[in-house]
Design a protein around this ligand. Sequence first.
Ligand SMILES: C[S@@+](CC[C@H](N)C(=O)[O-])C[C@H]1O[C@@H](n2cnc3c(N)ncnc32)[C@H](O)[C@@H]1O
Length: 413
Amino acid sequence: MTTDLEARIRERIQREGPLTFAAFMEMALYEPGLGYYTSGADRVGPQGDFYTSPAAHPAFAALLGLQVEQLWRLLGAPGAFPVLEVGAGKGLLRDDLHAFLEAFAPACARALRYSALDAGTPGAAWPASAFAGAIISNELFDSLPFHRLVREGDQLREVYVTLLGEGLAEVRAEPSEPALARYLEAEGITLEEGQETEVCLKAGPLLERLAGLLERGLIITVDYGELAPARHSRRRRHGTALCYYRHGTNEDFLRRLGRQDITAHVDFTALVGAGEAAGLENLGFPSQAELLRNLGWEAFAALLPRRGLPATQVQANLFGLRELVKPEGMGRFRALIQGRGLAAGELDGLRYDPQRVARLVALGERLPIPLLREAHTPLLAGRYPHTEVDWSDQLGRWLEEGTSPPPGQASGP
Ligand SMILES: C[S@@+](CC[C@H](N)C(=O)[O-])C[C@H]1O[C@@H](n2cnc3c(N)ncnc32)[C@H](O)[C@@H]1O
């Protein structure tokens, strides 16, 4: 049966000819009312197709909240403190960050003016003018439409989506725009024969738009991806594009239109370049594990079992907490920290300070560690495929070490 979305894609191909993969993906994910992210369905969490850090455990929001609170103090504790989250989904990160700060730092929570924007919630207004504050995103850039490129002989070719009989099919032809070859050239990337990769031409301009809104403060971009040499390396011969459907992955890009996610690793070099062009400073590029550990992850892990909670609740929460820093999973995601008018050395998220962690531990009951609620993904109970990895070694070491520095301090990109 042809769905409305498929009918629209077919009509457009009949009208305009083959679509670039980026144009196809734009429709599959964002066609108003019909796309994967615009049809109103729950995409993240147990009922959806994948989970993200805010869904894995609310400590992610709380730890980012600690960075937001420090930034608020660095900016002179203003009475109104704007935080813009882009790609906020249903607002879980906003809700948990707010709740944590209300309990931990009420004055900061009162000052917080948090706007959560998402392409799936039309009508929400972008700030009208630049502000001093923070701009946050989690897994935003991996969901922007991308072009798929492949090298055939000495030619760069692009993947298009066309009609073949009754169905959709991929074909390769000349790149749709010179900007694609220029992008790879600017990053010093030469694909080898048969190598595929993805290029997102929307990521840089979006980052520049965000930079234009930041008068002073931080842009914190958390996502999976790498800097260009690793992102487009020969090790990734087949590229990184993937679909997520019911907590599993596949490469059937032309199936389940509007019902499965399509995503690819972020090319952080493009975001760094866009930030520099907009006058931002690159303050750090830690892994998610390093960022969260710098912010106090260990204090949360150490105090959680001392809360007098039932053992099953402790286990479920520790499991979610560990998921955030697991080296083979979300711990390996990256956090690009760009700023204006701030120094890297002063940011809690970019240096491990054992005394700060010890002070958080000393708070005991007064550290309002958030617990899993129905809105989060029950990873321990759920047996989601990505959680079946042994995380014990590194995390065990961290907890035993207590106050020693993390393996590989945060470093600038
Ligand atoms: C992978 S989801 C992540 C949602 C949420 N941040 C989380 O971590 O659970 C990506 C989200 O980014 C949104 N999005 C994509 N492009 C956007 C844009 N240009 N502006 C605002 N939101 C966008 C999508 O609608 C989707 O909700």
